[in-house]
Design a protein around this ligand. Structure first.
Ligand SMILES: N[C@@H](CCC(=O)N[C@@H](CS)C(=O)NCC(=O)O)C(=O)O
Length: 324
């Protein structure tokens, strides 16, 4: 079978996108980027039938992944014979590191400096990130910066406590990539470490800063080949599914069955039902929700962070007619 092509629908500035890019860079797996705008609308994704709002959206063949929680394991599984994947250090606590990193993302959202926390950004993210709409955002920012530094302290004094250069040991592993993306974004991309008075520089966190630099040597944020939206959609839909395992719908508390038209919604957006992803349910188990679109694209979501809502019969019929 031909090696499925990977296309990342993301933008360089998105820390969550760096998680996926870092994994691919670390494992030397080639990919292309279809750059997305920083704010809505994202017509390229809409044309592909993707209404899910967050970034990244990543495709492997004709399988499209709407969250790092499903994309990362898919890469590790589908490319398991690649030397870079084989060499990647893994550990039992990898999912705990993931939870730590994602919690840190939410605290980062509460400490954005005014260069980033501007009217356009706040308006665009209003339905997503509740904290940004709080009237006391600026007032509570100093406390949230201190909270952010608690995370840095844990990394400095717990995760990097030994003499080894990486959290995972002698070589970078999943633990590193699940933790590194937010410190890298906060301290390097938006340059908190050089802001006066914040106490986030190398003098306060020497090991952490050395680790950030070291990690960069292994995973340069290099510019991969960029392709247009048209080209990306054409390439995704022209391929086969990358996942060949049989799907199926397991017994579930939502009361949905294979073939049902459903809306998949995030559970952490401020506005319930915000930019739901509609599709025909083809896969459901303890780790994944999979829906198919009329164009054949198969869209994957994690169980954590998403809810399924069955679409009423008449509306479902109309949708199916329009799609197929
Ligand atoms: N759980 C998701 C989170 C994705 C997420 O929140 N991404 C941010 C960018 S870092 C986002 O979508 N922000 C709003 C936007 O770009 O429209 C994942 O891991 O992929």
């Amino acid at each position: 079978m031909a090696v499925p092509e990977i296309i990342l629908f993301d933008y360089q500035y998105a820390p969550n996108a760096q998680r996926a890019r870092n994994l691919l860079n670390l494992c030397n797996i080639p990919y292309k980027i279809c750059e997305q705008p920083f704010v809505q609308p994202r017509p390229i994704l809409q044309d592909l039938g993707i209404t899910y709002r967050r970034i990244p959206v990543n495709s492997i063949g004709k399988d499209v992944y709407c969250d790092n929680r499903v994309f990362l394991p898919a890469i590790l599984d589908l490319f398991k014979d690649e030397p870079g994947v084989k060499a990647l250090v893994r550990g039992k606590a990898d999912y705990a590191y993931e939870a730590f990193g994602y919690r840190m993302f939410w605290v980062l959202l509460d400490i954005l400096p005014d260069t980033v926390f501007n009217e356009v950004m706040v308006k665009d993210r209003a339905d997503l990130f509740g904290g940004m709409g709080r009237e006391d955002y600026r007032e509570t920012r100093p406390s949230n910066i201190e909270a952010f530094k608690e995370f840095l302290d844990i990394i400095e004094n717990e995760f990097l406590a030994g003499d080894e250069p990486f959290i995972a040991g002698e070589k970078p592993g999943i633990a590193d990539l699940q933790v590194v993306w937010i410190p890298k974004f906060a301290l390097e991309t938006i340059a908190y470490s050089s802001m006066d008075g914040q106490g986030m520089g190398a003098a306060s966190y020497p090991k952490l800063h050395a680790w950030l630099k070291r990690f960069e040597d292994h995973t340069p944020e290099n510019e991969r080949e960029k392709i247009s939206g048209e080209e990306a959609s054409r390439r995704v839909l022209a391929q086969s599914y990358a996942e060949t395992r049989s799907l199926g719908v397991e017994a579930n508390l939502e009361g949905v069955c294979e073939g049902d038209v459903v809306d998949v919604v995030t559970t952490d957006d401020t506005r319930p039902g915000n930019m739901a992803q509609r599709g025909r349910l083809v896969g459901l188990d303890r780790r994944e929700i999979v829906v198919v679109l009329g164009n054949g694209g198969r869209v994957h979501f994690s169980r954590i962070g998403y809810a399924i809502k069955k679409v009423a019969e008449k509306e479902a019929e109309e949708w199916l007619e329009r799609q197929w």
